[in-house]
Design a protein. Sequence first.
Length: 406
Amino acid sequence: MKACVGWRRFLFCFPLIFILPYLFSGVLELHQNQTVGDAPKENTKKLDDQNSAVRDAPKKNSKKFDHLVLGPAAGEGLPNRLQCQGVKALNKTQFSNPSHVSGVGDGIAFVTVFTIYNNSLDTLVNRSSNLVTVGNASYSKSERSMAILNVFINFIQVRMPQSNIIILTDPESDLSVHQNRVTVHPIQGEYSRDKLMLQRIRSYITFLEIRLEKLSQELGRITHFIFTDSDIAVIDDLGQIFEMHQNFHLALTFRNNKEQPLNSGFIAVRGTRDGILRAKIFLQKVLEVYSSRYMNASRMLGDQFALAWVVKSHPSFNGKRFSKAQAFIKEIGGASVLFLPCATYNWTPPEGAGQFHGMPLDVKVVHFKGSRKRLMLEAWNFFSSSADISDMLCLILKSGRTKYDF
Ligand SMILES: *[C@@H]1O[C@H](CO)[C@@H](O)[C@H](O)[C@H]1NC(C)=O
Ligand SMILES: *[C@@H]1O[C@H](CO)[C@@H](O)[C@H](O)[C@H]1NC(C)=O
Ligand SMILES: *[C@@H]1O[C@H](CO)[C@@H](O)[C@H](O)[C@H]1NC(C)=O
Ligand SMILES: *[C@@H]1O[C@H](CO)[C@@H](O)[C@H](O)[C@H]1NC(C)=O
Ligand SMILES: *[C@@H]1O[C@H](CO)[C@@H](O)[C@H](O)[C@H]1NC(C)=O
Ligand SMILES: *[C@@H]1O[C@H](CO)[C@@H](O)[C@H](O)[C@H]1NC(C)=O
């Protein structure tokens, strides 16, 4: 369950007072000045033991780190998985160089729902006692949330410089982002923490309705939409999805997980009239199922349950297709739905338990769910200084088992 809360947990957990983690002494720690090179073998072993202990321990005892901690790179020796030596990647060639990504093809816009809450902790409690430091910057709780949004934007602008970013937000929220190719689009609604996931689908639907109206007035270049959580890093050109697969209306990402086979953090919509219309109808169905069946999970995960319900309840749908990480198209409720494997399009560092086979060489999106927000910022800092996306992926791969302070 906890594998899927994503940026929601980030938003929801911040208001809770959590104890600032102590620096733990001993071999477990690798400070940033030690990150280049492999962890010594005995450290690696202890890290594994430690992690399994943490996994079984009650949550309040989990150790959360306020600095990078590297462990072994999963997927070692497996073909088509990223191989690393320290934080040096041994495979480098698979990613398209953004300078070569042409502006021909159709336009892409990323759409994310983001809102800021007045955080009483920032003002009531001594602010400096709640600061976390990443690199040379310190952040209060709400500043962390903005920092993640900024890094989300940064990755897109570096990896897909031709694309646009649209932030759907509460008209009440005082969000100001002034950057080229970034638009803040207020949409009326109920953005309280308890209803945010429900509101998110509503905002998506409203946005698609507005696009539909605009489309009938506009001719010319098509813009495809990719609706995502804001705790993702775009690694490779996602425009390829729309070129490689010509016949889908919307795309979802799946994994081999019985209860939650679909992640709601990535939904691509073809920007044609038909694509937008059918995606809108599909999301309306998801919203209806959410409101009628899963309000007990309104705070989080309800959208994913509803998404899975809509897909699985389709009479001819075979759930076994989720067990193989291979894209496929299926007609559901009048829409052509492209199912893309999470392994490539929504790769998540493992959260403690579970099988973990490393990182595919063609990974296109990394999703920093749960206590991985620090890693997202650290990864960006690392990338900014090394300018090597593959090395950065090694950092993420090796650090992905660690639970961080935010
Ligand atoms: C990291 O570097 C700092 C200053 O450069 C040094 O004082 C510290 O001992 C180093 N940490 C470790 C664990 O080696
Ligand atoms: C990735 O790099 C490793 C180590 O150099 C190499 O053995 C492997 O064949 C490479 N994989 C691919 C698909 O090129
Ligand atoms: C947030 O707080 C500011 C003052 O600190 C206030 O002006 C604003 O109305 C508040 N916003 C919401 C949504 O409560
Ligand atoms: C706030 O906390 C910091 C360190 O925790 C301390 O140095 C500072 O004096 C405190 N300020 C106030 C106003 O209490
Ligand atoms: C702090 O980090 C920023 C961004 O990485 C960098 O431009 C700046 O030079 C750094 N400042 C110091 C004092 O290291
Ligand atoms: C919520 O309701 C659904 C459908 O009735 C049920 O399957 C699920 O177990 C419930 N979840 C919780 C957390 O109560």
